[in-house]
Design a protein around this ligand. Structure first.
Ligand code: HEC
Length: 178
């Protein structure tokens, strides 16, 4: 009987040990699982970090693009201002003209005869201009605009305008040599 009790006790003890061993294993498993979870969290964190880094480079790229756009815009504005100044300079008188020419002729032929709507007068001789004006006025050369303008002018005005326009080229050369 004692032997039987001893055997049962041993069995129980063994059983208990087994249970303890098993639960130890469980604990280990739990430990491993939590390690795995921790690892996966690290991975997840890394996964989150990577796009953040990418996003940063993207925002940098965008801001560079914006800076370039801004610079291009400013350059365009400057170029436009420069062009405006240039065309203003192109319309600016290089030499003084009579008030008659300025008032009656410059709007179409340019402040210095460079030509706008009307043809370029710069480089024409006084004789050429006088012939043209006479022909316009007489109607030999038909141009409604020039006829209308010249019909109210006398020969003295035609002559002085012709002489003046004939001197434009020399005046421009003198100005350019300054
Ligand atoms: C409203 C615009 C206008 C005005 C203002 C004007 N012209 Fe003209 N002019 C023209 C046009 C357009 C022609 C070209 C006509 C043609 O060839 O048939 C022309 C032609 C001429 C020509 C002949 C040029 C050539 O190549 O044969 C002379 C010279 C001339 N103009 C002088 C004058 C004078 C001087 C004045 C000021 C009194 C004047 N024009 C005012 C528009 C104008």
């Amino acid at each position: 009987m004692k032997h039987i009790i001893a055997a049962v006790a041993t069995l129980l003890a063994l059983g208990a040990m087994f249970v303890v061993y098993q639960s130890d294993k469980e604990v280990n498993k739990m430990g491993e699982i939590s390690k795995m979870i921790a690892k996966s969290q690290v991975k997840v964190n890394l996964g989150n970090n990577a796009p953040v880094v990418q996003q940063q480079t993207q925002t940098e790229a965008v801001s560079n693009e914006e800076i370039e756009k801004e610079q291009a815009k400013k350059k365009k504005e400057l170029d436009e201002k420069l062009n405006a100044l240039k065309s203003k300079a192109g319309n600016m008188a290089a030499f003084k003209v009579s008030s008659l020419y300025k008032q009656k002729c410059s709007s179409c032929h340019g402040v210095n005869g460079g030509g706008i709507i009307g043809p370029k007068l710069l480089g024409k001789s006084a004789e050429e201009v006088h012939q043209a004006l006479t022909d316009f006025k007489s109607g030999k050369r038909k141009n409604y605009v020039m006829y209308g303008l010249l019909s109210k002018m006398d020969e003295a005005q035609l002559k002085s305008l012709s002489d003046e326009i004939g001197s434009f080229e020399q005046k421009l050369k003198a100005y350019q040599q300054q």
